[in-house]
Write a protein that binds this ligand. Structure first.
Ligand SMILES: *[C@@H]1O[C@H](CO)[C@@H](O)[C@H](O)[C@H]1NC(C)=O
Ligand SMILES: *[C@@H]1O[C@H](CO)[C@@H](O)[C@H](O)[C@H]1NC(C)=O
Ligand SMILES: *[C@@H]1O[C@H](CO)[C@@H](O)[C@H](O)[C@H]1NC(C)=O
Ligand SMILES: *[C@@H]1O[C@H](CO)[C@@H](O)[C@H](O)[C@H]1NC(C)=O
Ligand SMILES: *[C@@H]1O[C@H](CO)[C@@H](O)[C@H](O)[C@H]1NC(C)=O
Ligand SMILES: *[C@@H]1O[C@H](CO)[C@@H](O)[C@H](O)[C@H]1NC(C)=O
Ligand SMILES: *[C@@H]1O[C@H](CO)[C@@H](O)[C@H](O)[C@H]1NC(C)=O
Length: 205
């Protein structure tokens, strides 16, 4: 009995493997794994910009350099790429955000330019903090634990608690990566520009 439920489990979480066998490994022949510096062997859904798009949505570059970079959207923004795990969790740095955080700039409080999830492509920041970015005029009805009021046009509100009230209409919601080890009091150290995201891709077979 044991092998059957195991196979089902595998099929549910690895749609890629099912697709690959249906296509007789065609994509894998066109897209052999290749070595990329400290990252080791790269394979689908990661590829390079000399390979066809079928080889994967995420383009890795700089394999012969000291540091590598990745595009989460072809032709889009580059992120510094530190590691790729077997479970397709990648560790990256948004250098623009690093600059903003380092200079305690209010430009830190914008959505990351990660691609929006699509039906067959899903990206999730592993460790994020939900913040409310609110008009100065807002009469904040809830008592959140922390705030940052150093910006000209808006204030930031956040909680240690992950269950947040729904924000007033003049607030927008942001989810930004956090440093778990940092204290909540200093927002620019609590937030981090180096973070892990989980990428998930499934083929339309
Ligand atoms: C790009 O990937 C292909 C395999 O898909 C590999 O043969 C080729 O060497 C890689 N190019 C570079 C510059 O790494
Ligand atoms: C952070 O800012 C300091 C000056 O405040 C600068 O010396 C340093 O290079 C910056 N680091 C990064 C990673 O931007
Ligand atoms: C933030 O983390 C939560 C809980 O893990 C997750 O549901 C959400 O998608 C993450 N947000 C982003 C923008 O990745
Ligand atoms: C911001 O936090 C401080 C310290 O907790 C608190 O005294 C102040 O009332 C808060 N400001 C707003 C606008 O919530
Ligand atoms: C502040 O808000 C005003 C009006 O909403 C806008 O024109 C201005 O660009 C904003 N300034 C900053 C620094 O965001
Ligand atoms: C977090 O918020 C929920 C709902 O508001 C509340 O029930 C819970 O006690 C809070 N937990 C802490 C640790 O403050
Ligand atoms: C960030 O993105 C979310 C989802 O697209 C959106 O609802 C929210 O208003 C954005 N926040 C800001 C501050 O732009």
């Amino acid at each position: 009995m044991a092998p059957v439920p195991l196979l089902v489990f595998f099929a549910l979480f690895h749609p890629l493997l099912i697709c690959a066998s249906r296509e007789d490994g065609l994509a894998f022949k066109k897209c052999p794994p290749f070595n990329c510096g400290k990252l080791g062997e790269i394979r689908f859904p990661f590829t390079n910009n000399t390979s066809p798009e079928i080889c994967g949505p995420y383009v890795v570059d700089g394999c012969n350099d000291d540091s590598q970079r990745i595009q989460l959207v072809r032709g889009g923004k580059w992120f510094e790429l530190h590691t790729i795990s077997q479970a397709n969790t990648i560790s990256i740095t948004d250098e623009e955000l690093r600059g903003h955080l380092n200079s305690s700039s209010c430009d830190s409080f914008n959505n990351l330019s990660l691609p929006a999830s699509r039906p067959n492509l899903y990206i999730r920041e592993i460790s994020n903090l939900t913040l409310f970015k609110c008009d100065l005029s807002v009469n904040f009805p809830h008592r959140l634990e922390f705030n940052y009021t150093g910006c000209k046009n808006f204030s930031m509100y956040y909680n240690r608690n992950t269950s947040l009230p729904s924000p007033p209409p003049t607030c927008s919601i942001l989810q930004l990566p956090v440093n778990k080890a940092e204290s909540y009091g200093d927002i620019f150290r609590l937030l981090t520009a180096t973070f892990s995201i989980e990428v998930f891709v499934s083929h339309h077979c």
